[in-house]
Design a protein around this ligand. Sequence first.
Ligand code: NAG
Ligand code: NAG
Ligand code: NAG
Ligand code: NAG
Ligand code: NAG
Ligand code: NAG
Ligand code: NAG
Length: 851
Amino acid sequence: MTGSSRRSARSRAVSSSSSAAAAAAETRNPTTRTRRDMHRGRGPIRLMEVNLKSLLGFGFLALLIVVFLIYDRTASVVDEDRSLRIVTPLPAPKMMDLPQFQGEHKERLYWGTYRPLVYLGIRARTPRSLIAGLMWIGKKNGQYFMRHVCQDSDDLSTYGWTQHNGHDYGLQVLVDQDLTLTTSFFKTKTNGSGYGGDWAVRVAVQNEKSKLEEETLRTAHLFFYLADEDGNAFSIAREDPFFHDSTLLSSGLREDVGGWELHLDSPDNLEVHYAGFRTPHMHNLSELFLQTLGVHATKTRLLQLPDTSEQSPNIVVFQISGNLPFKMDIAFLSGTGLLNSRAEERVNSLTGALLTNQLNVKQKEFEDKYRRCFNVTDEVDSESVTVGSAAIGNMLGGIGYFYGQSRIALPTDSKLGNGKKYVPYWPAALYSAVPSRPFFPRGFLWDEGFHQLLIWRWDIGICLDIIGHWLDLMNVDGWIPREQILGAEALSKVPEEFVLQNPTNANPPALFLVLRDLVSGIKRNKFTAAENNQISAFLDRAFVRLEAWFNWFNTTQKGKDTDSFYWHGRDNKTTRELNPKTLMSGLDDYPRASHPSEDERHLDLRCWMLLAADCLHSIGELIGMKNVKEKGYYTMAKQLSDFEALNQMHLDLTSGAYFDFGNHTEKVRLRWHEVMEPSNNHLKRVLVRAVAERPQLGFVPHVGYVSLFPFMMKIIPPASWVLEKQLDLVFNRSTLWTDYGIRSLSKTSSLYMKRNTEHDAPYWRGPIWMNMNYMILSALHHYSQEDGPYKARAKTVYEELRKNIIGNVVRNYFQTGYLWEQYDQNKGKGKGARVFTGWTSLVLLMMAEAY
Ligand SMILES: *[C@@H]1O[C@H](CO)[C@@H](O)[C@H](O)[C@H]1NC(C)=O
Ligand SMILES: *[C@@H]1O[C@H](CO)[C@@H](O)[C@H](O)[C@H]1NC(C)=O
Ligand SMILES: *[C@@H]1O[C@H](CO)[C@@H](O)[C@H](O)[C@H]1NC(C)=O
Ligand SMILES: *[C@@H]1O[C@H](CO)[C@@H](O)[C@H](O)[C@H]1NC(C)=O
Ligand SMILES: *[C@@H]1O[C@H](CO)[C@@H](O)[C@H](O)[C@H]1NC(C)=O
Ligand SMILES: *[C@@H]1O[C@H](CO)[C@@H](O)[C@H](O)[C@H]1NC(C)=O
Ligand SMILES: *[C@@H]1O[C@H](CO)[C@@H](O)[C@H](O)[C@H]1NC(C)=O
């Protein structure tokens, strides 16, 4: 969970949708913004621009670039070097250039439901794709709305992929008031197909209560669109005067797939209308279509598209209307127009009864694989089977492909660009499983580590491809931007203030959790020979990147003492936060030292470093590196796992709990103050922190997830009294135990459920989170198998905790229709973002007891 925008996106949705719209609108056009920013404050150049333009016309741009370069050289060489460095890729062979990601693998994953931010969206894994999507008109409180982009305000009572294999099949159910839509995705490559094959979408629409209530919809309007990001023009079959009763809707030509055709087939009597557009903007298609519908409705009083098109359309939308219930099949063929393309036969097999057969086969395959991969035995109750299936289905169905440039914050004191706030990262692709389709439909670095714990067990090829994309985003310093907002579509979901990525901020290197699993999987013969080879080749190439990553942490996040680390970049000046946040840790407002300083030692980061060092060592061994010991990872892992050393730095002997260390006082609180706003001379009430005692160096006495890190990482020897203390803390209702999982912060903590500012409700200060509960369960499982005095106790606690968590997540799913971001520690109720099918999906691994 990556702090800032996670939180912000959440509060944004709660507070005001208009400001969200404004923020989105403001960020909509990256190219013009960049250009505008580059000009800001450059008096002399602007003058020249006018003169030169009139003189030179088009030659101007080239000249301007030259002038820029000269100008920048003289501005500040140091700053420039720094900013250029930030956006320089690590000079190492790209992961995605590995042979295993080319050829068949690449083609196999070409098309997919890779637009997780819309209810149903298809694209190819290429920077400028042909994209497809579904919209429909929904009704709420007598008003009509266009459904397209996943958003909570649409108030769907449930939606999500109940099945998806990440590759060529998915089944999604969406319930919008009385309307139930079932969408199936199917992909195949046959004789005649172009690159990437053909695909089909089936949409079945039903009306639950149509017989009972007069008010309900009797007809439904679906909209299916295609848009070419590359700007290639389409033909629209119905524009052709000789168009006659065929299934063909539209066709076109692309470099990647050759000729293509889109067909519509249905057993029902449907009315079809269309509109064609020519525009480069793909992020606001709902508005575009709505506007067109509105204009036509005003003229004709009909709710239908005008059956017209702009010249050379690169976007076409079809309105498909029918009496409920009805069903439609959309077939997309690639490689058409050649002699042997067998188009008719292929349309046939992608629609109607043949499609039904293919979908049934895929459904069966999915169910079998699901049982096999996640140990679903007859003992598992059917409700859990359903939720587990939705968990993996949504994890895989939530995989997206994005392309664009991150924006990297420049230091505020930077002289470069005279106030320019950011530099663009290099244009890059990301293939990533998103934490939540409506709220966080983009890549998050530390979330991905947890996502892959599920995905590697399902499809190692997809897993490596995703991790490979992340590692390729590493810059020359070994830094990876933690939140990836790539492309206008992704940008349209993020408020402006959270777009910039700070190149001094870390984020837990949770990808090492997966790499560790892969290494141990190889050692324990879990994979086929082919998979072994893939993983080894991957690790071999990844090694230098992982080293750079490690080294970035080891140098930029180190603490004062040897082998101590802290999350650098906490705000030591703020007086508005009860406890300055630590967004880089992923645990946002989890309490740390009250006064951020260089004396801090953060327990969780130390444990992440141990994981990374240990993992690098074992990868080095696995890939047969000769001097692997000399690299220092082994030594470092030994030092960091040294029990005495750990205890000396972090163990509080009285409570037996592990703590952060820092400059701290417990005597802080927020008080209302009146301050004058300089802009308008109005008095404003704000919360300001009052500190009633001088902070001192010492342990930061908050028991919670951070305290449990040494336990989660299994560093504590099974016979140690410290282990017993951890079990005490976990299994005590006055501290961390609840009937729904382990709380993020102990009830006894002074900051338990305390707001951090007037705007920031408690986040990691009480509620139950699934990623950490998974780690805790994993540790309990481990200690319940290790001989020692606490073995039996660990087993009891393990079993009870597992039962509690699964029971609660399953119950919530059936009550609310969703998996949630967190669960309330008092009643177990789902909270925060819903459709949070990222790490909450780990509930499936808990069911499978796969740790
Ligand atoms: C595909 O084409 C090849 C050669 O044209 C033919 O031998 C084969 O039977 C075809 N396969 C199918 C499934 O039609
Ligand atoms: C879509 O966004 C573009 C760029 O911001 C804008 O020019 C255009 O007017 C928008 N279209 C609609 C229909 O809102
Ligand atoms: C399934 O569970 C059994 C018994 O607990 C275990 O031996 C086996 O390894 C598990 N299989 C998988 C794929 O996790
Ligand atoms: C805050 O941190 C900055 C950067 O580490 C440091 O230069 C400054 O002295 C610190 N201020 C206080 C009040 O500790
Ligand atoms: C990590 O940094 C320390 C210095 O702070 C250095 O001694 C150690 O060798 C580094 N570890 C590795 C594995 O490079
Ligand atoms: C702890 O913080 C206080 C308040 O900022 C500061 O005066 C003091 O010097 C700090 N102590 C240490 C040891 O850094
Ligand atoms: C549970 O925690 C509370 C609060 O720390 C403590 O007073 C109590 O003794 C603990 N109970 C047990 C059984 O350890």
